[in-house]
Design a protein around this ligand. Structure first.
Ligand SMILES: Nc1ncnc2c1ncn2[C@@H]1O[C@H](COP(=O)(O)OP(=O)(O)OP(=O)(O)O)[C@@H](O)[C@H]1O
Ligand SMILES: [Mg+2]
Length: 447
């Protein structure tokens, strides 16, 4: 099989050549986009590894052209840029995978493994048309992150946003679940349709039903006109069930019926209405445990978790903290009309080392407090400490104790990250055998 590697750095091309040749590939390289497109046409490679930043043309245009003119060739995009829009844009343009610089050999190997599986599976299938990506800032859904786990989240957003598949977003409070739900809607092809939020935690039983399904005039005391419910108002758009774990059991069965049949009737009405809305749901509760304890219907859980997005707590993706801090300082300066503040390196280290029980929301609150209450343009350790001591009380209430299995998982993933994925070193540090580690990683869905 042949791979064409496109990058403007000759030294990187050489090490990539070594990597691929070592794995039995035939390798061609190009330093420029124009030259690469010509070579791709004459060589017809199975795989292209494309750097987005090229001297002569925009890497995204190269990607677009490759996907359009050579749909049988898969493209792995490599870039130094780290933001959600880039990832989503490339995946929507048809990139097979997305790897950040500096390149991690394990990540590249994992991408090649996936490539091998997909190319076997796709041999008999027709290639889908490359979708076009519509850059949209609507819905304020800009998500920041560069950690491996957030990159996985971005990929999943890109993969589900154009379909109507039901998605369950799971994560602790303040991790960004609502932001992700909005991104799925506003980055997708249904962005012009309504996005409706149903907050399951604040609704009373009877009210929820009429709010969801609407009601006919005279259905109950006070129902003097016919009203549309959220399902009807959403039309073919998205309904986001926030805090789905709080939905009372009685309503769970109604929702299940709706998800199953896509049909419902207004309260007090007999006409069956049809809905084509897409369902997203979020929770900070362990729904599987709730189901085993009888607080959640198992059949509803299965319906909801067609695709699940796990949003990791901030303490498990500390590499996102500097990026988030800069994003928030910039956002705060615009919101409160103050000049953009920066952080001393000590203050940044402090942010990176803190455990953030209230996750991203607590980080945002802490920086808002520090930025608004400090006159100086550079925030110090002390400013952060003051702001933190005020937000700590608020968020410590939310901390619940973890099970031993959760603590073990967190510890193993932390060691894995600190050893850059070298399983041998991880086993040595943890004092466990490789098969034991592999079994546990499989259990965590870690590839
Ligand atoms: N990755 C991120 N990039 C930028 N902003 C973020 C990110 N994650 C969270 N935020 C911000 O943090 C705040 C909390 O996010 P959000 O409301 O989506 O969390 P949540 O998981 O729904 O929390 P809860 O469970 O408490 O409802 C919001 O202001 C959101 O904009
Ligand atoms: Mg929320």
């Amino acid at each position: 099989m042949r791979v064409l590697i496109i990058d403007d750095q000759a030294s990187l091309l050489e090490s990539m050549r070594e990597f691929f040749e070592g794995r039995g590939w035939e390798v061609s390289t190009a330093l420029r986009g124009g030259q690469a497109l010509e070579m791709a046409h004459s060589l017809n490679p199975s795989l292209v590894v494309l750097d987005l930043r090229l001297p002569d043309m925009d890497g995204q245009r190269v990607l677009e052209q490759l996907r359009r003119e050579m749909p049988g060739t898969q493209v792995i995009v490599v870039t130094a840029f780290q933001d959600m829009e880039n990832t989503i844009c490339c995946i929507k343009l048809g990139a097979f995978d997305f790897i950040h610089k500096p390149i991690d050999i394990n990540e590249l190997d994992a991408a090649l493994d996936r490539f091998a599986k997909v190319s076997v599976a796709q041999k008999s299938q027709q290639q889908p048309d490359p979708a076009t990506f519509n850059r949209s800032s609507e819905g304020n859904s800009y998500i920041v992150g560069k950690s491996k786990s957030m990159k996985e989240v971005f990929k999943k957003i890109a993969m589900v946003s154009d379909s109507k598949v039901t998605v369950l977003i799971q994560g602790e409070s303040g991790t960004g679940k609502e932001l992700i739900a909005r991104a799925i809607h506003y980055q997708g092809s249904f962005q012009k349709l309504p996005f409706m939020v149903v907050d399951c935690s604040t609704l009373v039983d009877t009210l929820t039903e009429s709010q969801l399904f609407g009601y006919e005039k005279g259905a109950f005391t006070g129902a003097d006109i016919t009203r549309k419910g959220t399902l009807e108002l959403a039309g073919e758009g998205t309904i986001f069930f926030d805090e789905i774990g709080e939905l009372p059991l009685r309503l769970q069965s109604k929702l299940l019926r709706f998800l199953h049949e896509k049909e419902y009737a207004r309260v007090g009405g007999s006409e069956l209405m049809h809905s084509d809305a897409r369902i997203l749901a979020a929770t900070n509760l362990d729904l599987t445990r709730m189901a085993s304890e009888g607080h959640m219907r198992t059949d509803l859980l299965y319906r909801l978790q067609v695709v699940t997005i796990h949003v990791p707590p901030l303490r498990n993706r500390r590499s996102d903290i500097p990026l988030l801090a800069c994003h928030f300082l910039d956002k705060i300066s615009r919101k409160f009309n103050i000049s953009v503040k920066t952080l001393t390196s000590g203050a940044m280290t402090q942010l990176e080392n803190y455990s953030w029980p209230g996750n991203v929301r607590q980080l945002e609150n802490c920086l808002t407090r520090a930025a608004v209450l400090t006159k100086a343009s550079v925030l110090t350790n002390q400013d952060i400490m003051n702001a933190l001591s005020e937000t700590q009380g608020e968020f410590s209430k939310n901390v619940s104790f973890k099970t031993l299995a959760e603590v073990e998982k967190e510890h193993i993933l932390n060691v894995l990250a600190s050893k850059n994925g070298h399983l041998g070193e991880v086993c040595q540090t943890l004092g466990i055998s490789r098969p034991t580690l592999r079994t546990k990683l499989r259990l965590y869905d870690y590839e």
